[in-house]
Design a protein around this ligand. Structure first.
Ligand code: KIV
Length: 278
């Protein structure tokens, strides 16, 4: 449904909540989400009007330099989430439960979710997977914690998949994904991330659910989009999948700025008299 320009935009709220993004789906207003891991960036993205900030476990890759998301711990995620929460006034902050923090049983999942909410002041948690995590989602939701699901390419299962290629290209996996999406909605998820799946399937899932879908590498038919902020800002240009659009070239900008600084220090042109106390 297209939004009616004579009415105030549903996204025009002082504080985005899980209800806001569900209403955005109903009103046909696309949801803009981005990852964030620190105070300064979160503050900038929030001021720029982002709806959802995801403290992704991609922090393991882009903040810690690990090859996968598996090594990051719950304590690390809580630290990043605390920093992001300090920086925002409007955005909904969703925090990834990391690998090993919820797969054991639903009690462990609830304990991890409660820590994220209490210690970081987050607004919701996200966890990966379908049928095997439905019981955990139910338990966390029953405790009053909003849960975002995540299907398709779920990086915490990379050693099961063996590759970062597009998921659910065959009918069997596509059918399973649709079934998992329905079960996650029934279990109480307020939204669902769909990562790296064919666009037609993402559109079908989006139409089948009443909760919003947020895509990454899932085409234009989802209710919103999310990107890893480092990719969107061109901070790590050695990662170039086709689904990433770069809105800045910060690798180049920062490297050049720091090169200028080094050169000014070497040539003693920094600091100048104007930058010096008498
Ligand atoms: O960790 C992350 O950044 C994510 C997004 C890619 C959805 O889960």
């Amino acid at each position: 449904m297209a939004s009616d320009s004579s009415r105030p935009d549903v996204a025009d709220v002082p504080r985005v909540t899980t209800n806001t993004i569900q209403e955005m789906k109903r009103e046909g207003v696309p949801i803009a989400a981005l990852t964030a891991y620190d105070y300064t960036s979160a503050r900038l993205y929030d001021r720029a009007g982002i709806d959802v900030l995801l403290v992704g476990d991609s922090a393991s890759n882009v903040m810690a330099g690990n090859e996968t998301t598996l090594p990051i711990t719950l304590d690390h995620m809580i630290y990043h989430a605390q920093c992001v929460v300090e920086g925002i006034e409007r955005a909904l902050v969703v925090v990834d439960l990391p690998f090993g923090a919820y797969q054991g049983d639903s009690k462990e999942g609830l304990r991890s979710a409660v820590r994220v909410m209490k210690e970081a002041g987050a607004h919701a948690v996200k966890l990966e997977g379908g049928a095997p995590v439905v019981g955990t989602v139910e338990r966390i939701v029953e405790a009053g914690v909003p849960v975002m699901g995540h299907l398709g390419l779920t990086p915490q299962s990379i050693y099961e998949f063996g590759t970062y290629q597009v998921r659910a290209r065959d009918d069997e996996e596509a059918g399973q994904l649709l079934e998992d999406a329905r079960r996650l909605e029934e279990a109480g998820c307020f939204a669902l991330v769909l990562e790296k799946i064919p666009a037609d399937l993402a559109t079908e899932v989006t139409e089948a659910l009443s909760i919003p879908t947020i895509g990454i590498g899932a085409g234009a038919g989802t209710d919103g989009q999310v990107l890893v902020s480092h990719d969107a800002l061109g901070l790590s240009t050695d990662f170039n999948p086709r689904f990433v659009r770069r809105y800045a070239e910060l690798e180049e900008t920062i490297t050049s700025a720091i090169g200028d600084y080094v050169s000014d220090v070497r040539s003693r042109s920094f600091p100048s008299d104007a930058e010096t106390y008498e």
